[in-house]
Write a protein that binds this ligand. Structure first.
Ligand SMILES: NC(=O)C1=CN([C@@H]2O[C@H](COP(=O)(O)OP(=O)(O)OC[C@H]3O[C@@H](n4cnc5c(N)ncnc54)[C@H](OP(=O)(O)O)[C@@H]3O)[C@@H](O)[C@H]2O)[C@@H](O)CC1
Ligand SMILES: Nc1ncnc2c1ncn2[C@@H]1O[C@H](COP(=O)(O)OP(=O)(O)O)[C@@H](O)[C@H]1O
Ligand SMILES: [K+]
Length: 519
């Protein structure tokens, strides 16, 4: 297995920074940050004129030192320095080293600079230290940078983006690229992070792999240390199948879903489970007498009534359950879910959509869930998460990592908090952010497809961590593969995601992460 792509919350970055700085000559980390930025500018923007916008703290210090480096390399570079602020020692030294003739007074947005791709703007206004709204002058400069037709390179974090949560202030910088220092940060990959950070590059400032750095803060480690999941983290998805196998080798998925009017949700989950590789898929429709005898477009699915499936799940050999997609929240739905939670307690279970609403409003169901022995997976979108936590949706989105970890802790289950940069939290307290996916998934039915894929992977015997993290990655990567060939993001459909996921598992090329805004 590859080393994980670490994501560190600011408190952990600060702890590493402090211990590393104590062991190094003064200014050394900032010097390394500026040199890394200069290397990136030389490689990616070899001919552009460079305008560097600097803030009052050490992020501005990085910018001042970058200006000095680029000047030494013969590049045309100009620097604007935000008025006011308390100047840390490293930044003060950086300004002493910045040749004064590079410094411009006034504002950069006067029309004197070229308004085209021949100008690179570097955002060194604020990094991980911004704890207040952008001051008015910084907001004005950021508006100008965001309207610029050429690229913006953000140092460490796009100014105005919260490095921990991905929450963006009004006027926050929208960068083509972010060069982030010491380690990658979760806020660059969830919520508004991907829209503001663009492509993220990491420079560890020579501190080595962050796993190897000792930092004396165990409390920070559980909450502050996570990982970004990418294609190399999920080898179990791509394991070749043995020849000597049969349909019983790949598990049976049982699905409790699809109240009248919502049959499609059940069928999408069923098709995703089948094409996600399950040997057999049984769909128990949430109707007394299902109106649909079979799915004419997927006749391999075995349709039953919910009662029949729940009564015979054990005989039918179900190896993973999915419940909730279009299930409804009627008393019948609650009774079926109660029945299911008592059924085959060692079998893995994925709860989505209405099943989450039912769990949220019944302490009895929640404790039945926690009492089960097999893997338990909850896949809320932010609204469903808010019900599970008894908080409002804004509070969930204000710290998606904290929300996902709290759901996992409270319900003793895996939690997938969906949306751009889905957060996956384990019942043991670990968290990851999924690095695949794009707005093509913002369409009805893709959540049903995710539930189907997760159920299929669990039924096939993947361990819970591989099934949940791998399934979430696969779902997003399928959408990325579709977008890369023009099937979306606009107009992508949930059913298309299923076939793209199947192609990836069978050796289809791994798509690059989707990045929407490229000038
Ligand atoms: N230290 C190191 O070893 C290394 C650090 N590195 C770099 O340093 C960055 C972190 O630097 P930082 O801590 O100085 O914070 P930064 O992001 O520059 O912003 C805070 C500054 O802005 C000020 N300020 C905040 N809000 C404000 C407002 N609304 N309006 C006005 N002012 C406001 C705030 O003032 P204060 O709130 O403290 O009064 C403070 O002065 C990090 O992201 C990386 O780029 C790298 O060189 C690697 C080595
Ligand atoms: N902008 C986006 N970027 C990445 N993934 C997204 C985006 N919008 C939606 N998704 C993903 O699509 C799925 C939507 O699930 P959900 O909201 O439950 O849809 P539905 O209930 O219609 O099936 C989730 O996996 C979510 O993470
Ligand atoms: K910045």
């Amino acid at each position: 297995m590859n080393a994980p792509h670490r994501l560190l919350r600011t408190a952990v970055v600060r702890a590493i920074e402090t211990s590393a700085a104590a062991a190094l000559p003064p200014q050394e980390l900032m010097r390394r940050a500026a040199q890394a930025a200069a290397r990136r500018v030389m490689a990616r923007w070899p001919a552009q004129r460079v305008a560097i916008l600097c803030g009052p703290g050490n992020n501005g210090g990085d910018g001042a030192m970058l200006a000095a480096c680029l000047h030494r390399l013969g590049r045309a570079v100009e620097v604007w320095r935000l008025a006011g602020g308390r100047e840390p020692a490293d930044a003060a030294q950086a300004w002493r080293e910045c040749p004064p003739q590079l410094l411009r007074t006034g504002d950069p947005d006067t029309g004197a600079l070229p308004a085209d791709r021949s100008l690179l703007i570097v955002d060194a206004l604020f990094g991980i230290g911004l704890a207040r709204p952008l001051p008015p002058q910084a907001a004005q400069w950021a508006d100008w940078a965001n309207a610029h037709p050429g690229d913006v390179l953000a140092l460490d974090v796009p100014s105005g983006l919260d490095a921990d949560t991905g929450a963006a202030q009004p006027h926050a910088i929208v960068a083509a690229e972010t060069l982030t220092f010491i380690a990658d940060k979760p806020g660059l990959h969830t919520l508004a992070g991907p829209d503001h950070a663009g492509m993220v590059h990491v420079d560890d400032l020579g501190l080595g792999h962050t796993d190897a750095i000792g930092f004396d803060a165990p409390g920070l480690v559980t909450s502050g240390l996570g990982a970004l999941t990418g294609p190399r983290d999920h080898p179990a998805l791509f394991a070749p199948r043995r020849q000597d196998t049969h349909k019983g080798s790949f598990g049976t998925v049982g699905i409790l879903a699809g109240a009248p009017g919502m049959t499609g949700a059940a069928l999408l989950a069923g098709r995703a489970a089948l094409r996600g590789g399950a040997g057999k898929v049984l769909v128990g429709l949430a109707e007394r007498e299902p109106a649909l005898p079979c799915d004419p477009l997927q006749p391999e699915l075995m349709l039953r009534s919910a009662d029949s499936l729940l009564d015979h799940g054990e005989q039918l050999g179900v190896t993973a359950w999915i419940a909730g997609c279009g299930l409804g929240d009627s008393p019948h739905a609650e009774a079926w879910l109660t029945h299911l939670l008592r059924t085959m307690p060692a079998v893995p279970l994925v709860l989505d959509a209405d099943a989450l609403t039912l769990i949220a409003r019944s302490a009895g169901l929640a404790s039945q869930l926690a009492a089960r022995g097999g893997a338990r997976v909850l896949t809320p979108h932010p609204r469903e998460a808010s019900r599970l936590l008894g908080a409002d949706t804004a509070a969930v989105q204000a710290d998606r990592i904290a929300a996902a970890c709290e759901i996992a802790r409270r319900f003793r289950a895996w939690a997938v908090l969906k949306g751009a940069g889905s957060v996956v939290a384990s019942p043991e307290g670990g968290w990851t952010i999924n690095g695949s996916g794009n707005p093509g998934l913002a369409t009805a039915g893709t959540g049903d497809v995710l539930a189907g894929l997760l159920g299929a992977l669990l039924a096939q015997g993947l361990d819970a961590a591989s099934a949940v993290r791998g399934g979430v990655w696969l779902h997003g990567a399928a959408a990325d593969a579709l977008a890369a060939r023009g099937v979306g993001p606009i107009g992508m459909t949930a059913a298309e995601v299923i076939d793209a996921a199947r192609a990836l598992r069978n050796g289809g090329g791994i798509p690059k992460p989707y990045r929407g805004k490229q000038k």
